[in-house]
Design a protein around this ligand. Structure first.
Ligand code: 5GP
Ligand code: ZN
Length: 136
């Protein structure tokens, strides 16, 4: 529990939420400002700021819950689902308690994903791939 964390308060029940699912490690509830109705947030019960600090096993458990929720969103006739996580300010993270967005999607619902910005110069792909591989 992190004192000023809004999602920790939701897990504890100090702030109300529309709970969808709960197990020993994860908690899922409706996003207050949904992209589409049914937009759900899957969070770890324990406080971790984002993917960088969240243990692998907890991430795996959050993803299991995200899959359950994805299937359950068929109850709203969702034709697809975006499963996404924003990490750090640069990526648009606003609440610094690890969470996965599960967003139900409908044909022509008007929600636009990012568009690819640029290609690679000659040799750049290999260089970039090598830099990433070296950190793994
Ligand atoms: P982020 O940009 O950090 O990935 O997304 C945070 C999400 O949390 C936003 O989609 C926002 O609507 C949602 N959110 C922020 N505060 C609350 C709250 O008090 N209750 C609920 N249910 N959702 C919240
Ligand atoms: Zn928290």
């Amino acid at each position: 529990m992190e004192n000023d964390c809004i999602f920790c308060k939701i897990v504890k029940g100090d702030i109300p939420s529309n709970k969808i699912y709960e197990d020993e490690e994860t908690f899922a509830f409706l996003d207050i400002a949904p992209v589409n109705l049914g937009h759900t947030l899957v969070i770890s019960k324990e406080h971790f700021p984002n993917i960088y600090e969240t243990p692998e096993e907890v991430m795996a458990h959050m993803m299991k819950t995200a899959k359950k929720v994805s299937i359950a969103l068929k109850a709203l006739d969702a034709e697809g689902v975006n499963v996404t996580m924003n990490n750090n300010f640069a990526a648009g993270q606003v609440v610094f308690h690890s969470h996965i967005h599960v967003i139900p999607r409908f044909t022509n619902d008007g929600f636009e994903l990012w568009h690819g910005k640029r290609g690679y110069k000659d040799g750049e792909k290999e260089e970039i791939a090598q830099k990433i591989i070296a950190k793994l």
